[in-house]
Design a protein around this ligand. Structure first.
Ligand code: GLN
Length: 265
């Protein structure tokens, strides 16, 4: 019923705007009222929405959910730009940025030298690192060095993939999403999953995972940043300014508390 009412309201609004403009939603510029070109107003942000609690889809909600999603919307608001989220595979994000299909990436993306050759990063906005998930009854794997001779699932294109490759004698399975990795572990296709700590923690504590456990050893210390095109230094400045403002005015902390339960940053 609610949905139907909403639909009627939208239909009515469209009918009205048809009189004023040429169509419904057809021309962003005409309806924005600011005179800015539509392309400049909308900030197109790519993410790989498979990474709860940073970016994911909740079937009860239309919008993408998560810490990154709230943060980038707050940043957009500060900048006076509407944020449009585009969901794609993690390994396709930097190519999409380079092809100018998106203006920025927020996707739990670790700032590292390799990526810095191709993109600019914002100031760090979250500190993470890698941990490992194994089956409950796993006895042989207690730390990363125990992975020698074992099969490990990682998400393709991630720092997990990179780090696990450095451990000698590991058989790596690079899969599309962390969910695919967890499934593979449960199906005995691999012995361990290496992935970002906050995502592993969320999987264990919030998504009702059974039969698996997270090991405490943390392999790396990593910082997440928002990635942008190398030739858009202005955007980098604007995003950093907005991020700083949100940190200073407590908004960042509010978003942090919402997703990470009030621990102080
Ligand atoms: N932080 C990791 C990386 O940057 C994983 C990110 C992700 O899977 N969304 O590679």
């Amino acid at each position: 019923m609610f949905k139907f009412k909403k639909l009627m309201a939208v239909a009515a609004a469209c009918a009205l705007s048809v009189a004023a403009f040429t169509g419904c939603g057809g021309d962003q510029q005409a309806t924005s009222g600011s005179g800015a070109a539509s392309g400049e107003k909308i900030l197109r942000v790519g993410c790989s929405a498979d990474f709860a609690p940073f970016e994911f889809q909740d079937e009860t909600q239309k919008e993408f959910q998560g810490f990154d999603m709230d943060l980038i919307r707050a940043i957009g608001k500060e900048m006076g730009r509407e944020v449009e989220i585009k969901d794609m595979g993690f390994d396709g994000l930097i190519p999409a940025l380079q092809a100018k299909n998106i203006d920025a990436i927020i996707s739990g993306m670790t700032i590292n030298e390799e990526r810095q050759k191709n993109v600019n990063f914002s100031d760090p906005y979250y500190e993470a690192g890698l941990t490992m998930i194994v089956r409950d009854n796993e006895e042989a794997i207690k730390k990363f060095q125990d992975l020698k001779g074992k099969k490990v699932a990682v998400q393709i294109g991630t720092t997990s993939a990179e780090e696990v490759k450095k451990i000698e004698g590991v058989e790596i399975k690079e899969l599309n999403t962390p969910a695919d990795c967890f499934m593979e572990l449960k199906a005995n296709g691999v012995d361990a999953v290496v992935n970002d700590k906050p995502v592993n923690e969320y999987y264990i504590t919030k998504s009702g995972a059974t039969g698996v456990k997270e090991l405490t050893e943390k392999l790396t210390a990593e910082n997440y940043g928002i990635a942008m095109s190398k030739d858009n230094a202005d955007l980098q400045k604007e995003i950093n300014a907005a991020l700083k403002k949100l940190k200073d005015n407590g908004e960042y902390q509010k978003i942090y508390d919402k997703w990470f339960g009030g621990a102080k940053k």
